[in-house]
Write a protein that binds this ligand. Structure first.
Ligand SMILES: O=P(O)(O)OC[C@H]1O[C@H](O[C@H]2O[C@H](CO)[C@@H](O)[C@H](O)[C@H]2O)[C@H](O)[C@@H](O)[C@@H]1O
Length: 256
């Protein structure tokens, strides 16, 4: 944190979206960014090398669920764990993976054979997620799905990404750690901070440690993911705590 405060112009600030900037809600389509987040990120973005949202969501979805984000100076959104990039209103991405629609077509039969008609499918385009948060027994459904979905993913050259009451089938070859590491190199960062809440953010924490830069990891704390809090330098209380921390940081760098 000291390095960021001393030399904000060299700092890259990376943040996850769901559970970090947007409170967790039962329906993924109803998630919305914390109302104060775009404002505090805009204030911070004016002083640092870059603000990057590194997310499992499609980049365009983050812009839809985060009205005001497009006004954050120099914002980059690395969507689909880094496969997609939104910058200055434009999205770049490789061609969509063929295995995703094939796996998705098999899901309804698989779920009904497991007696799990109360889980929900999120079609993400380049990935497909199975959510258990609204099931009668969210933890039980998650456990029952883990092996069958891992097999389905492997059959279609995909990987299984576990998260908060969600299992996602997505293409291999990229994670938040690689995405953040590449971005730090591209921006010749001199320090880094990463804020996350879920298992997929551990790779980004590793990237902070492996970058060789002065870095700080922050966990947006919840009762659901203990591991991230154990690994973080700082733990704050969910998106409310993240906004407060970013606000303090923005005020401090604007004075420096
Ligand atoms: O990398 P992230 O930005 O954290 O995205 C990870 C997944 O987030 C979403 O699911 C999570 O948030 C939902 C809305 O609050 C919640 O209902 C669900 O239980 C959480 O797992 C999103 O729906 C997934 O596609 C993202 O991969």
């Amino acid at each position: 944190m000291e390095a960021i405060l001393k030399d904000p112009g060299g700092a890259v600030i990376g943040l996850d979206f769901d559970g970090t900037l947007a409170p967790i809600v039962p329906d993924p389509a109803s998630a919305r960014i914390h109302p104060e987040a775009p404002g505090v990120l805009a204030e911070l973005g004016a002083h640092v090398a870059a603000v990057a949202i590194v997310t499992g969501r499609p980049a365009a979805t983050v812009l839809e669920l985060g009205p005001g984000l497009a006004d954050v100076p120099g914002l980059v959104v690395l969507g689909h764990y880094g496969f997609e990039r939104w910058e200055g209103g434009r999205i770049s991405a490789p061609p969509p993976p063929a295995g995703v629609p094939r796996a998705e077509a098999e899901l309804p039969l698989l779920l009904s054979s497991l007696g799990l008609s109360d889980v929900t499918i999120e079609d993400k385009g380049r990935a497909v997620a199975v959510h258990t948060r609204r099931a009668a027994d969210p933890e039980g459904a998650l456990a029952a799905l883990r092996e069958p979905l891992a097999r389905l993913a492997a059959e279609h050259d995909l990987v299984l990404e576990p998260g908060r009451m969600v299992l996602e089938l997505r293409p291999p070859g990229m994670d938040k750690g690689q995405a953040l590491g590449l971005f730090l190199a591209e921006r010749a960062a001199r320090s880094v901070m990463f804020v996350g809440d879920d298992l997929g953010d551990l790779a980004a924490f590793d990237a902070v440690a492996g970058s060789g830069l002065p870095g700080v990891t922050v966990c947006s704390g919840s009762a659901e993911v203990a591991l991230l809090a154990e690994r973080a330098d700082i733990v704050v209380d969910g998106p409310e705590g993240v906004v407060a921390l970013i606000s303090e940081l923005a005020s401090a760098v604007s004075r420096s």
